[in-house]
Design a protein around this ligand. Sequence first.
Ligand SMILES: [Zn+2]
Length: 272
Amino acid sequence: MPELPEVETTRRGIEPHVLRTRVREVIVRRRDLRQPVSSDLSEIEGRSIVSVSRRAKYLLLGVSDGSHVLIHLGMSGSLRLSKPADTWKTHDHLGITLGNGKQLRFHDPRRFGLVLRLNGDPAAHPLLCDLGPEPLEDGFTPEHLKSACSNRSAPIKQVVMDNRVVVGVGNIYAAEALFLAGIHPLVPANRLSLPKLRALTDSIRAILTAAIDSGGTTLRDFLNSDGEPGYFAQHLYVYGRDGEPCRRCGTAIQHRVCGQRATCWCPKCQRR
Ligand SMILES: [Zn+2]
């Protein structure tokens, strides 16, 4: 599943080709994604793309008429730049032909993605309005995390994976960030001190930044793999390493299913 780093990598990859170009044509070959592709999407034809931004795992193309095209990659979606004459692959569901001769293609075998046209402020849209701060922006502070944790006795891992607390911390990143911060994933969130939560905030930022920085290869790996980010795998401390020795202390990594997600930790580096 594309996580925040893959989505940010996609944003950076398409932005130079898409920004300040005019939309010549919108071609929808298959409308039945997670929600149907907006029936008024073709109204962006003749308009320009004025921004390419990201909120959580949603890409937003700002259009010169004030609307936005929201794109979510779902479980298996990807965007790539083609030429209009290029053969359409199976699962290429939509193309936006641009004035510069390129075409942005949306490809999604499992059709869990979204392509919607939003009129009005995207931040107020039901999909976006309840989202917490971006992990790499100023709003994600130890104090914010402390207040989000203060009345929650759920395991800390579950809390940092909650999009209302902070967006974009998927299972892999949560497990790794907790290891780096020396925090047991199952400790109740409201038991953690501000210094511990500061360490966690820092490690979440560090791990997502590292994943984005290695993003050039991410996308390629991602497209060809079964969904695990291959670039990251060599560097993982705990995720998916059940029973293997901790890279820091050699203790066997432990594993438990928590909230239907696999949770791994080192019992020595992450004491309860
Ligand atoms: Zn260890």
